[in-house]
Write a protein that binds this ligand. Structure first.
Ligand code: ACO
Length: 363
């Protein structure tokens, strides 16, 4: 048995390769280094979906269909009542997504891609006592998301920053949420069920729930000179440093580099961001040095969540909604994996080893 299924290959996939030794991510034959900051989210969604749906339009047609799907799912925001507003944002987004029909066709898939993109802005605004803003199907996915959150058009730099993020997190091998989605898809439950499983797995702090706590850490550290003492104290308490460590990557998480670059590009037009980035880099170096001293045999590196936190903060998403933004990108990967599983995979049904007591033998 492998603890946490480490090293176990549970699927063949044409979707993405996570090369932990080389610190490289390939999405359908394209290196992340070439995609992030270059491609729009819609392009990568088209790349991931290619061959998995009948009647898949070209990228332009897919963008238009996604815009229409945003308008369709917006209707569900009418269900945002006091009960849903009282939940955490990712739980409210999950509850609204659960209202969508299940199925396996492209229309269902596009509504699911639209769901976190439309529900997150509505939930963020509802928590601020503001009414939701309806989508504008003519805009790019990223520009429309930012407009629905902020209530004003996004700048080109902001939309490019969000695109870089959504592309960077769109797919990542057999991570926990994608595995959960594939297990559900293998039962033929439908894409909505698979995506709901993905959202549920993503929510945990060891997976997609880490970037909110990264901001807490940065805010508590406050000044670069406090970093070492704060980090030492956290590790002495037995806490994990959020935004560091990865099951597969050993030399670097290429997504951390891609997002740091996206933050740098966004910072070119900003007064505050370069200073915030320099501070985060100081905290990062202190953390890496201390982790190296304490865990010399583990090679703990900065993971995707560290610079996610900085990028999403700069885009004015509240930290408690960061996981929802992660879901906006990863949903494309969940759906592609679910379709791939359905196309070629059997029911996923591993075995457990019983280590409990034997039944008593009646005298
Ligand atoms: N801070 C401090 N110590 C750490 C960290 C960390 N961030 N990550 C791992 N370690 C230590 C563990 O304590 C453990 O030490 P031990 O062997 O002395 O007990 C050792 O490194 C190995 O850790 P594992 O838990 O076996 O590593 P695993 O592969 O299971 O965990 C994980 C990977 C969950 C990402 C882990 O590194 C972690 O908890 N990081 C913090 C949370 C985080 O940033 N999550 C986002 C991950 S990226 C993503 O999902 C999108």
């Amino acid at each position: 048995m492998s603890d946490g299924l480490e090293g176990v290959i549970a699927a063949d996939t044409i979707l993405s390769e996570v090369d932990g030794e080389a610190g490289r991510l390939v999405i359908r034959g394209r290196s992340l280094d070439d995609l992030s900051g270059q491609a729009r989210f819609e392009e990568v969604m088209a790349l991931l979906f290619a061959g998995f749906f009948d009647g898949l339009p070209d990228e332009a047609g897919l963008s238009e269909a996604l815009g229409r799907a945003r308008a369709e799912v917006f209707r569900e925001t009418a269900a945002l009542d006091a009960g849903l507003k009282a939940l955490g944002p990712i739980e409210a987004v999950r509850a609204l997504t659960a209202r969508l029909h299940d199925g396996d066709d492209l229309a269902v898939a596009l509504r699911l891609v639209a769901a976190p993109a439309v529900f997150t802005p509505a939930v963020v605004r509802a928590r601020q006592g503001l009414a939701p803003i309806a989508p504008d199907p003519s805009l790019s996915h990223a520009a429309d998301i930012l407009r629905m959150v902020k209530g004003r058009p996004a700048s080109a730099a902001e939309a490019a920053g969000l695109d870089a993020y959504l592309v960077t997190v769109s797919d990542h091998g057999l991570n926990a949420s994608t595995f959960a989605a594939r297990v559900i898809a293998s039962t033929r439950a439908g894409l909505t069920s698979a995506v709901l499983g993905g959202i549920s797995a993503l929510k945990g702090p060891l997976h997609g729930g880490a970037p909110g706590p990264v901001i807490e850490m940065l805010d508590q550290i406050g000044e670069p000179q406090n970093a070492r003492a704060w980090i030492e104290a956290a590790l002495d308490r037995g806490d994990r440093l959020m935004g560091f460590g990865h099951r597969v990557y050993r030399v670097r998480d290429p997504r951390a580099d891609a997002l740091k670059q996206a933050v740098r590009v966004m910072g070119e037009g900003s007064n505050a961001l370069p200073g915030r980035l320099a501070f985060a880099e100081a905290v990062e170096s202190a953390a890496l040095a201390i982790l190296k001293e304490r865990k010399p045999d583990r090679s703990l590196q900065t993971n995707v969540e560290f610079y996610t936190a900085l990028l999403l903060e700069a885009l004015a998403f509240p930290p408690e909604a960061f996981t929802c933004v992660f879901a906006m990108g990863r949903v494309a990967g969940w759906i592609a994996h679910a379709r791939e599983q359905l196309a070629g995979g059997r029911l996923i049904r591993p075995q457990s080893r019983y280590v409990g007591p034997e039944p008593r033998i009646a005298a």
